[in-house]
Design a protein around this ligand. Structure first.
Ligand code: MSP
Length: 633
């Protein structure tokens, strides 16, 4: 029995909710996990959150809550998103999990006893934003980038990991394991870094409290990266070590390809087989960042469907390289490849099989050279896709497959089945064309199932299968096997996106980036007496759930805790707020407003919001320590 395929993503910091960069990393892992399952392997896929460290401690303090409370809030954004996107990880690990804390302390102690960890003093520069000590060379780089303000002088007692002792062993290991880091040009960067010399690594802090204490010396907490990297060990099921594939972004490759293997060597453990470093999604040429206000959130794109986003990520990004994101490019790709491309081919094929053969897929008895060429091409495309995907290059795999789908379009144009159908003498030729198209679609459903699970299943079912495509394995799949049953009605696989309409909405910047609103101050309303005013029951509420009302760009359906009960409230705030932004917010609710129906949903109450001339809402927020149910008067 081969060992299960063990695959990991980085664990995400809890200082921000997920954007498309984090989503990409996890989608890539999920696609690979599903692909390996269809190769017949047992797969363990681990993801989670990295919750300790100074940044979280500070952010929580600024909001007057505990770091754990802050982490819980952000973690919910991740777990809910992954659930909504159908990610197939077997565990969501948090570095605040008890088994993880114990694991980190155990390993720390072991390396301390062994002499690979020792106590000494660090004196030098420290980067506050990276939470890392900085060498002279790195300091110069930061200065050149104008980031020197993030550096402070520091002298503190600290525990060191004897990284310098592993320099030669690492280089030897790299030499003997050319598959250890992918892609190759990144591996070369890693080698150069190690060749330039390794210093011992400080792995504890006394300036922080939010972390895992050093066992037996509790004024030290363990450095976040030592803590974080070990999640892969804590989360590994018994029979699965070492990881087969660890996916990371290029920015954190050094931690994974240098520190991490050195820790494992010190612990006497096997090293991961491959660390795969992907590039970044950029906005134009720029980095995506909150401070630039150019962050794209998955919510904005998931309106077009989970599969659409997964396909876009896999089709557009060449693993290893950076890629500029654009809304236009996103929509163009989906329209070209899914609405046209595959969608079109599937609906044409299914309708022809219905129209000309009553839904029964014919057997190709006679093939002319063109039919044979198309059939043979499938025999090449199928293994080529599998090979590229096995090398984690879904970009290339999908490119190969879509080139074949385009060739099939040309095949239809040449064969002109609508003309063939007019004369029964052409029956054998028409059979060959229909069978070829059917087989191509069937293979496509199977191949793209790990990238687009839902779309593939719809296609698979409409081709007459009553099984789950995801449970079918590639091995031994008969590309020229007969059809299982009659084909179903052609259902559109992907709804064409109205690009112009969507562009208007998508280009609306996130609320934070909006220019200052102009306001002609409205006139005062008529005077009311206090009794009239106090008839209105205003109270503090907390938003527990929020989701967009389908087919509406404005309405958001929320579940709001108002102390007495939980209410469904539908608010017209969808243009100004993303549902994820609303979670856990305190709001003021008009609680005794008569219920009314909005797009078929009964809304029981209203949220108070200020409004500018353009009617953009600004939610009214009570002070952070108010409780749901408090009366507002
Ligand atoms: N907590 C560390 C990882 C510890 S792993 C033991 C961390 N977290 S992170 O939240 O900042 O980043 C997680 C991953 O998201 C990284 O792999 C990073 O490369 C990826 N991305 C962040 N922004 C990205 C893009 N704009 N594009 C693609 N991926 C990017 O680092």
């Amino acid at each position: 029995m081969p060992k299960p395929f063990y695959l990991t993503t980085p664990i995400y910091y809890v200082n921000d909710r997920p954007h498309i960069g984090h989503t990409y990393t996890t989608v890539l892992a999920d696609v690979i996990a599903r692909f390996h399952r269809m190769r017949g392997e047992q797969v363990y896929f681990l993801t989670g959150t990295d919750e300790h460290g100074q940044k979280v401690e500070k952010a929580a303090a600024a909001r007057g809550i505990t770091p754990k409370e802050l982490a819980n809030e952000v973690v919910a954004n991740y777990t809910e998103l992954w659930k909504r996107m159908g990610m197939t990880h077997f565990r969501f690990i948090r570095t605040t999990d008890e088994d993880h804390k114990a694991q980190v302390q155990r390993l720390f102690k072991r390396l301390l006893d062994k002499g690979d960890i020792y106590k000494s003093t660090y004196k030098g520069l420290y980067s506050v934003s990276d939470e890392a000590y900085v060498t002279e060379l790195q300091a110069k780089e930061l200065q050149a980038q104008g980031l020197a303000h993030q550096l402070v002088e520091l002298e503190e007692e600290t525990y060191f990991f004897r990284l310098s002792a592993y320099q030669d062993r690492l280089l030897k290991y790299y030499e003997e394991h050319p598959e250890f880091v992918q892609p190759e040009f990144r591996f070369n960067e890693v080698k150069r870094f190690v060749e330039s010399g390794l210093q011992d690594l400080s792995i504890s802090r006394t300036s922080i409290t939010w972390g895992i204490p050093v066992p037996g010396d509790e004024k030290h907490v363990i450095y976040v990266w030592f803590d974080a990297l070990l999640n892969y060990l804590t989360g590994c099921p018994g029979d699965s070590w070492p990881p087969d594939l660890q996916i990371v972004g290029k920015d954190i490759l050094r931690f994974h390809a240098v520190y991490w293997p050195a820790f494992l060597m010190a612990a006497g453990m096997f090293l991961p087989t491959t660390i795969l470093a992907h590039g970044w999604w950029l906005m134009g040429e720029d980095k995506m960042s909150k401070s630039r206000g150019n962050v794209v959130r998955p919510d904005t794109l998931l309106r077009f469907g989970n599969d659409a986003l997964r396909f876009y990520f896999m089709r557009e990004m060449q693993v290893g390289h950076d890629r500029g994101f654009s809304f236009e490019g996103f929509m163009d790709r989906l329209n070209a490849d899914l609405a046209n491309g595959l969608g079109n081919l599937a609906s044409r094929t299914l309708s022809m099989i219905h129209r000309y053969r009553g839904g029964v897929v014919p057997l190709p008895i006679a093939m002319d050279p063109l039919d044979r060429a198309m059939a043979e091409q499938l025999l090449e495309v199928f293994p080529e896709y599998l090979e590229q995907a096995r090398a984690n290059d879904f970009h290339a795999a999908l490119e190969v497959l879509w080139a074949y789908l385009r060739a099939l379009d040309g095949y239809i144009v040449k064969a002109e089945p609508w003309k063939l159908a007019k004369d029964p003498a052409n029956d054998p030729k028409l059979d060959a064309v229909l069978a070829n198209l059917y087989r191509a679609l069937r293979a496509t459903a199977l191949l793209v199932a790990s990238v687009m699970p839902e779309l593939a299943q719809t296609l698979w079912a409409s081709l007459g299968h009553d099984t789950q495509v995801a449970e079918t394995t590639f091995h031994g799949f008969a590309l020229d096997g007969p059809a299982i049953g009659p084909v179903g009605d052609p259902k559109p696989l992907f709804q064409r996106i109205d690009k112009e309409k969507e562009m208007e909405e998508l280009m609306a910047p996130e609320p934070v980036a909006v220019a200052k609103p102009s306001l002609d101050v409205p006139e005062l309303r008529e005077t009311v007496d206090a009794d009239t005013f106090f008839k209105v029951d205003l109270r503090v509420g907390k938003i527990l759930e929020a989701e967009r009302v389908p087919k509406s760009d404005k309405l958001i359906r929320m579940k709001v805790d108002i102390g007495l009960e939980q209410r469904t409230i539908v608010g017209g705030i969808g243009k100004a707020y993303e549902p994820a932004d609303l979670l856990n917010r305190l709001v003021v609710v008009v609680a005794n407003l008569a219920p009314r129906k909005l797009m078929g949903i009964e809304s029981h109450g209203m949220l108070l919001a200020a409004s500018d001339n353009a009617s953009k809402p600004y939610l009214v927020a009570p002070q952070a320590d108010a409780q749901p149910g408090f009366l507002v008067k």
